[in-house]
Design a protein around this ligand. Structure first.
Ligand SMILES: CC(C)(COP(=O)(O)OP(=O)(O)OC[C@H]1O[C@@H](n2cnc3c(N)ncnc32)[C@H](O)[C@@H]1OP(=O)(O)O)[C@@H](O)C(=O)NCCC(=O)NCCS
Length: 155
């Protein structure tokens, strides 16, 4: 059975390692996602403060005592001239390859949407690598639409 719940401080290194896998996955699409060797440790240290912050949420999916996926999200604010003030941002979402297509990703997102809804956040945004077509399909299946294309150039 899948258990969806908030991450505990003692699990942050495990989540950091999953995050490292997420970045390795993204590196297949673009080298901008390459990370330093110590990045999972850095990620988990930064998360210690974030999980205490009421505008952030780190959710994990647990199956048979193993963490198989996570979602990190937070409430952010638009520049003052926009009518839309606060919005929810899904920073990271990852499910281990062996556990995909079993509804775990959808459950993690539903938990995140409930977190935003409780705080009256009415718009949720995220970024996805443009070549990550499967994940684009995932978000579309959950009712998300395309808003921007993030462009870059190296000099
Ligand atoms: C994206 C991701 C989190 C989805 O997790 P998941 O547990 O496999 O997703 P679910 O099983 O909940 O899928 C829900 C629906 O999304 C759609 N979907 C999911 N994966 C898909 C794929 N590979 N191709 C097409 N549609 C897909 C389907 O409609 C699916 O419903 P169905 O299985 O009943 O057809 C997972 O594939 C992943 O970790 N990918 C690598 C990291 C990544 O891209 N993260 C997101 C960054 S924004």
């Amino acid at each position: 059975m899948v258990k969806i719940r908030e991450a505990r401080e003692e699990e942050l290194l495990k989540v950091g390692r999953l995050w490292g896998k997420f970045m390795a996955f993204n590196t297949e699409f673009n080298s901008s996602f390459r990370i330093k060797k110590k990045a999972p440790e850095i990620f988990s240290k930064e998360m210690i403060e974030k999980i205490k912050d009421s505008s952030c949420r780190l959710t994990v999916a647990e199956i048979d005592g193993e963490i198989v996926g996570f979602c990190y999200s937070y409430i952010s604010h638009k520049p003052k001239h926009f009518k839309l003030e606060k919005f929810g941002f899904v920073g990271d979402l990852y499910v281990e390859e062996d556990y995909r297509r079993q509804g775990v990703g959808r459950m993690l997102v539903n938990d995140t949407l409930a977190f935003f809804s409780k705080r009256k956040v009415r718009q949720i945004e995220l970024l996805v690598a443009i070549k990550n077509i499967d994940t684009v399909r995932f978000w579309e299946s959950l009712g998300f639409s395309h808003l921007l294309t993030w462009m870059y150039k190296r000099t």
